[in-house]
Design a protein around this ligand. Sequence first.
Ligand SMILES: C[S@@+](CC[C@H](N)C(=O)[O-])C[C@H]1O[C@@H](n2cnc3c(N)ncnc32)[C@H](O)[C@@H]1O
Length: 253
Amino acid sequence: MQAFLYNRKGIPFFHQKTALEFQQDIYERYHEMVVRQSALHTADQLWGGYPFQPIFDFAEKHYSEAREINILEIGCGVGRWIATLAKHYPKSTCWGIDYSYQMLKRANEFWVKGQNISIDWTAKGLGQQFSTGEKLNNLKFGLAKAEQLPFEDNSQKIVVTSFLLDRLENPIKGLKEMYRVLKPTGKLIVISPLNFKKAEHWKLYYPPSQLSTVLKEIGFKVLDWNEDLIVNEPLDGRGNLLRWKCLGFVVEK
Ligand SMILES: C[S@@+](CC[C@H](N)C(=O)[O-])C[C@H]1O[C@@H](n2cnc3c(N)ncnc32)[C@H](O)[C@@H]1O
């Protein structure tokens, strides 16, 4: 693995994130993003269940039988998916990579240091929630960009990513990086609403059959493909929500 440049409060930086990059990154906005992501991903009691469970139900069928493997999540946010994998594979080495320091700091505090967090969602008509942290010793978090991963070629058995692909400046570059770090026969599991922000991305990757062609051109073999994976993201205590119609796919190197 590539050496990190420096370490900030337990988070290794593999990318030199400038002050301007910090300023421009909306995911560094603590109250808007970190608090919201923490409520969604670490306070199931607020919602009567985990709102993103359909992702896990889709992905679980494809998890590896091998137990001592390298697992990577890209765009891990506050770390729920990679922490779930770290618990499922206690003998494995798991890394959560994200571009936002604030997300990683929260993830590390909660899933590695075992700190409890208090989530106050009274402003959204919900209650206050205390969530209990965990101390997972096979899990690490680091700051890097999906387009330049700090891992060796052919080093990861499973790579997962959710709600990231359509946010990348260059999705093909990101997918090629994922291909590079995967071991032969390693699996990439992607969930994305394909809610692209740029006209050129819609042109390149939509309809999803075009994305499938891109994946095959990179060298992936498609194992599973579901264009109607519905994820309901709660907004408040009244039951308003964002309905995401996601593409879920699993490909093998
Ligand atoms: C919409 S959030 C999704 C978080 C989580 N995966 C989920 O499904 O809820 C997107 C995450 O991707 C991160 N991100 C955005 N661009 C990135 C990039 N180029 N490389 C790595 N992470 C990135 C953001 O910091 C943020 O934490």
